[in-house]
Design a protein around this ligand. Sequence first.
Ligand code: PBG
Length: 324
Amino acid sequence: MRRNRRTPWSRQLVAENRLSVYDLIWPVFVIEGENKREPVPSLPGVERLSIDVLVSMTEDASSLGILAVMLFPCVDSELKAPDCAEALNPDNLVCRAVRAMKATCPGIGVICDVALDPFNSDGHDGLVRGGEILNDESLEILCAQAVVQGMAGCDAVAPSDMMDGRIGAIRDALDTANLQSVQIMSYAAKYASAFYGPFRDAVGSAGSLKGNKKTYQMDPANSDEAIREAALDIQEGADMLIVKPGLPYLDIVSRLKGAFALPTFTYHVSGEYAMLKAASQKGWLEYDTALIETLLAFKRAGADGIISYAALDAARLLAGRHKH
Ligand code: PBG
């Protein structure tokens, strides 16, 4: 076995999987204001960006070869309410960000998250009454949210809310609004995970979240259930699938890709990124190599691409690498 591994050229030649900049989707946090960059303490190296800064960083990302950006708004707390009305405001932070990005960088894919948590004073992804998540009532507002984002010009919507029946409802709503070409990238298998902590800090939903999301997000114990979730989403019109979180769920990526052969993405989530950063800041891991190994592992598992806060870091490393 060692002969093929002996030299760099030979290792490259026999490599079964390769990571490229085209595999990377960059998730970003947007804030109000101008010329603002706010560090997120639990995500070292990640900043919340005002729209103008986001636009100029998107141009940099695009020139590195990154194909798509995923937007997450950090909404002022006065705008959060139990009815999540701000999610439907065609002039809300996300919609303004989409328009600005499309005006300056039309070629980059802009993907909007569909879920109510950034707008909900309860911090939940759906509407809440008496401690219960209201699945069917939530669908209506999620559909309207997707339409507002589609009208603003996003290329794809990514429903991360995990309400039952949302993909079909959103597809119908988009089609009715003459937004037939907006893609749906479904979080088909999204687990109720402890690895979302730093994300909730970043969008400011950590403090407001009442209870947990276990009644609508998946149980980490389950794998067959992911197949049923994905089958429903595909039947309802999903164009692409997401598995979330990433590394602890490589088996799910592999099963979904094998079962459905749909474009399948993995979300290297905030807690995973934070672990890498924290350990490397302590000198316990080498960030660059651990990052590339992590991203490559997603490819090996069958992912078509990876949503990662480290997308820009990885893009720069890939651009400068000839030595691996
Ligand atoms: C919620 C949403 C979450 C993430 C993306 N969309 C958190 C949650 O479900 O509470 C987490 C992403 C991450 O941790 O990086 N709609």
